[in-house]
Design a protein around this ligand. Structure first.
Ligand SMILES: *Cc1c(COP(=O)(O)O)cnc(C)c1O
Length: 425
């Protein structure tokens, strides 16, 4: 059976130009940090399969739990019915979350988690008789997902070009820097009473190119937003579960969000699941005899028992010994970024803006223009794969975000391959 031939005949892959795309790689299996293709090659998954995988691929502990749950209950409607994995997961997540959260709303991916958050925040004001308070504040260069609401609060870019007329208006501000913080504060001051919610990727803007910004300055923005009663929505779909060195990026901040969005690493990267958690204050706006104040939102696969089981198993692994894995990765990234900075000290040359937040390391390759469609990314992917490493730069931004189970030997391989590519470019 020629699977690739059939793939090319039947399938439309995401984020993939359909005319010029090279053949996809046919992966037969995964084990730990490695992916194995049908030709006997293996690849170190240095981007955690689009930032989802935490404990390695095909983890036997998660697989066993899934199998047991699948024999018991695979799925049920979640309105009017409930089940143990969903209850247990909510009960275990709430005390771990960064802030005073009181309710977990389930959905099935990161985009739905942010959609739910936006709708929850806007309807909060509507339910409180302040329907006119409905503007959303977001950062430029942000990414919150691909559905219409999530796209609206994300940066306008080449990805959203065809839809710009249809996206709702958002107040976009720059990420805070020492130079602009006062200007940002005055915008929030001025617009505050019209703003329903502020959505942000704390510390690292992922899809926007692993752009990192200062926690203390975000803190300033959050303080002011809270003063104006703006609902603060932390989109931790990517940063959640250890990526920034702490369990959540908001753990680096004293100002906690009112709503938090989780997905990606939530199930250790094994099943699709989204979580939107909110505080008692948000929830209380929905506690009403007026049926119109119900949150009329839900997905067929809300709180899928298998996905919740995978999340519980992932939490078990996190609580067992993953924290040391996170600490190790932070340390190796620190050492490697030092080495890169020594090697490429001139910020105007080939390698620029070497940076690290926890388990994420990133830098830019200078090839003149700085756009996503830059070919250098594809070139790096190709060369790295010849060396058994899978990297997938965002435009000219190269980054590491490996599973937290990565061993020292594997990290050294990743670092060596990256260095040799940089030497060759
Ligand atoms: C990936 C991502 C999303 C969207 O999640 P999907 O599961 O891909 O829909 C939303 N927000 C952030 C910060 C992300 O990184």
């Amino acid at each position: 059976m020629n699977w690739l031939e059939q793939d090319k005949n039947y399938i439309w892959h995401p984020f993939t130009p359909q005319k010029s795309a090279p053949d996809p790689v046919f992966i037969e299996k995964g084990k730990g940090s490695w992916l194995y293709d049908d030709k006997g090659n293996r690849y170190l998954d240095a981007i955690s399969s689009w930032w989802v995988n935490l404990h390695g691929h095909a983890h036997p502990y998660i697989a066993e739990k899934l199998y047991q749950q699948a024999l018991k209950l695979e799925h049920i409607i979640f309105a009017g019915f409930t089940h143990q994995p969903a209850i247990e997961l909510a009960g275990r997540l709430l005390p771990l979350l960064p802030g005073n959260f009181s309710r977990i709303f389930y959905s099935d991916n990161g985009s739905t988690a942010t959609e739910v958050a936006l709708k929850m925040a806007i309807q909060f004001w509507w339910n409180n008789g302040k329907a006119e308070r409905k503007k959303i504040l977001a950062f430029k260069n942000s990414y919150h997902g691909d559905t219409f609401g999530a796209m609206s609060v994300s940066d306008r870019s080449v990805f959203t070009l065809a839809f710009h007329d249809l996206l709702f208006d958002v107040i976009f501000i720059d990420v805070p820097l020492v130079e602009n913080i006062e200007k940002l504060q005055s915008i929030i001051q001025k617009e505050g009473k019209n703003i329903a919610a502020f959505i942000y990727e704390p510390l690292v803007q992922g899809a926007g190119g692993m752009k990192m910004y200062d926690a203390a300055l975000l803190e300033e923005i959050l303080i002011l937003a809270k003063k104006q009663e703006i609902i603060c929505i932390a989109d931790e779909v990517m940063t959640g579960f250890g990526r920034t060195g702490k369990l959540f990026a908001s753990d680096h901040l004293a100002q906690k969000p009112d709503i938090i969005c989780l997905s990606k690493g939530l199930t250790g990267g094994t099943m699709a699941l989204g979580v939107t958690a909110c505080t008692a204050k948000i929830y209380s706006a929905y506690l009403d005899d007026d049926k119109k104040k119900t949150f009329f939102h839900g997905h067929s696969f809300t709180a899928n028992p298998l996905a919740c089981t995978a999340a519980l198993a992932s939490l078990d692994l996190l609580e067992k010994d993953a924290l040391s894995g996170i600490n190790r990765l932070c340390y190796w990234n620190g050492e490697f970024s030092k080495k890169l900075r020594d090697k490429f000290p001139d910020p105007f040359l080939k390698v620029q803006n070497i940076r690290q937040t926890g388990t994420i390391l990133a830098f830019e390759i200078n090839r003149g223009e700085n756009v996503y469609l830059n070919q250098v990314g594809a070139e790096i992917t190709r060369i790295a794969m010849e060396e058994e490493v899978y990297l997938r730069p965002l435009g000219n931004t190269v980054y590491f975000m490996p599973p937290i189970c990565l061993t020292e030997e594997e990290y050294f391989k990743l670092a060596d391959v990256t260095e040799s590519i940089l030497n060759k470019l």
